[in-house]
Structures are given as C-alpha cells and as structure tokens.
Design a binder for this molecule. Structure first.
Ligand code: FMN
Length: 225
C-alpha cells in the first residue's frame, strides 16, 4: 500500500497545509502504508500545454503526459500509488497555481474523450483534497469556493476514485500578526482558533490518512449537474 501526498503550498514546513498533510501521512503509516511526500514548490513544471499527445489515436501508451519536466517522474510514480492526498492553500478562491498545474497534468492524460468519460487509469484508488483557507465558516458560505472544491472532488473521483474533502478554515496566516498588515483580522481570535480548532483539523487529517490506506475505495457518484 503506497500513499503519496502532494504539498501545494509554497510554505514547505510547519505551516497549515504541510502540517495537515504530515498528519494524514502519519495516519496512513499507522495503518501500515508506505508514504511519500512531494513538495510541488520544489519542482519546475508547467500545467497542461494542450498538445493532445495523450489523445492521439496512435499513442503507444495510455495515461502518459508528453511534457517532460520535473513532474514526469512524479506522474510515473502515481501509476503505482494506492492513494493520493493533495493539499493546497486556497488562493483567490481556488487551488494555488502549482496545485492547479499539477492537477491538469495529473488528470488529463487519463481522461478518455468517450461518451461515458471513463478514466484510463487502470485501477480505482482513494483520493483526497485537503484545503486550508483564511475564510471563516460564515465567509465560506457567502463565497462560491465550495463549488470549486466540489469540481476538483468530482474530477479526481472520475479519474482515480472517490475523493474526500477536508477543509481547514480560518487558518493562522502569520505567527506574529503585529509584524504584518492584518487590520481586517481579529488576531486574538486567530491565535485562539489555531490553538483550539487546528489540532482538531490535524486529527481529522490523521483519520483521513487511515481511510486512504484502507484499500477500500467507495464508488464516486458522478454529478455533472
Ligand atoms: C496569494 C494568496 C491568496 C489567498 N487567497 C485566499 C482566498 O481567496 N480565500 C481564503 O480563504 N484564503 C486565502 N488566502 C489565505 C490562505 O489560503 C491561508 O492562509 C492558507 O491556510 C495558507 O496555507 P499555508 O499556511 O499552508 O501556506 C490567500 C493567501 C495568499 C498568500
């Protein structure tokens, strides 16, 4: 059982997204999985360049991206993975740029342009998206962010297998709010939430990791509506 996590935050140590990913991987390891962490911001790569090599009728192999860069070896390892956990901060209502580029390259080679949109990935595996964001619960309801999360969930579900979402909201952005512009935030509330609620998010991430390593993959229900 091999579980691969991808950190889509440029903050590679100790911050919100990586902390949740590390907890998820600890959960997976506690269930007996071998794990790997890929720091997307350590890699040089682009998003899909729309060359359509992966859609050529005379292609030699399915599910291969023709772009050769630092993602190539990573995408090869995905072929052997039993679960994928992708963590991203929310930037302007969607995934970070590195995460989006990664998702394009990860998914598109497996997308068969057939009527039933079936995946060319040969197995069903567990997937998860872990999002961290500054907005509060209430602000999240007012924004359209959830639609973005649901779209990514659906895409991973179609290409690989059922996707779990874990949302960590109202995160701590600075370790010292007095040193950065932060008038719009209630800094004491931020520190308190980080102390009280973030550890609960870490626990949820640990439990998610255990489920990812279970090998049981629920069938996603496609929702194109
Ligand atoms: C460029 C940028 C854009 C951001 N946009 C949003 C946003 O649209 N909504 C939101 O809730 N938080 C936003 N944030 C806050 C981050 O999502 C939040 O602090 C996140 O937890 C950071 O993750 P990290 O600590 O792993 O880097 C933004 C942060 C940055 C740097």
């Amino acid at each position: 059982m091999k579980v691969i996590a991808f950190n889509g935050s440029p903050r590679k140590k100790k911050w919100n997204t990586i902390t949740l990913l590390e907890n998820a991987l600890k959960g997976a390891e506690s269930a007996g999985a071998k794990t790997e962490l890929v720091q997307l911001y350590d890699l040089n790569y682009s998003g899909c360049i729309s060359c359509f090599s992966c859609k050529k009728l005379d292609r030699k192999e399915d599910g291969v991206c023709a772009v050769k860069d630092d993602l190539t070896a990573v995408l090869n390892r995905v072929k052997e993975a039993d679960a994928l956990i992708i963590g991203s901060p929310v930037y302007y209502g969607t995934e970070s740029a590195a995460t989006r580029a990664f998702l394009e390259r990860l998914c598109f080679p497996y997308f068969k342009y057939a009527k039933d949109m079936r995946s060319l990935f040969p197995r069903r595996i567990n997937t998860a998206m872990i999002y961290t964001m500054g907005v509060t619960d209430e602000m999240l309801k007012q924004t359209g962010f959830s639609q973005v999360f649901d779209t990514t969930k659906m895409m991973l579900g179609i290409h690989f297998g059922a996707c779990e979402l874990l949302l960590s909201k109202d995160t701590l952005q600075y370790s010292d709010y007095d040193k950065f512009e932060s008038e719009m935030f209630d800094k004491e509330a931020k520190y308190k939430r980080h102390a009280d609620i973030f550890p609960q998010d870490c626990k949820r991430a640990f439990e998610l990791g255990i489920r990812m390593a279970s090998g049981k993959v629920p069938e996603p229900i496609p929702d194109f509506g």
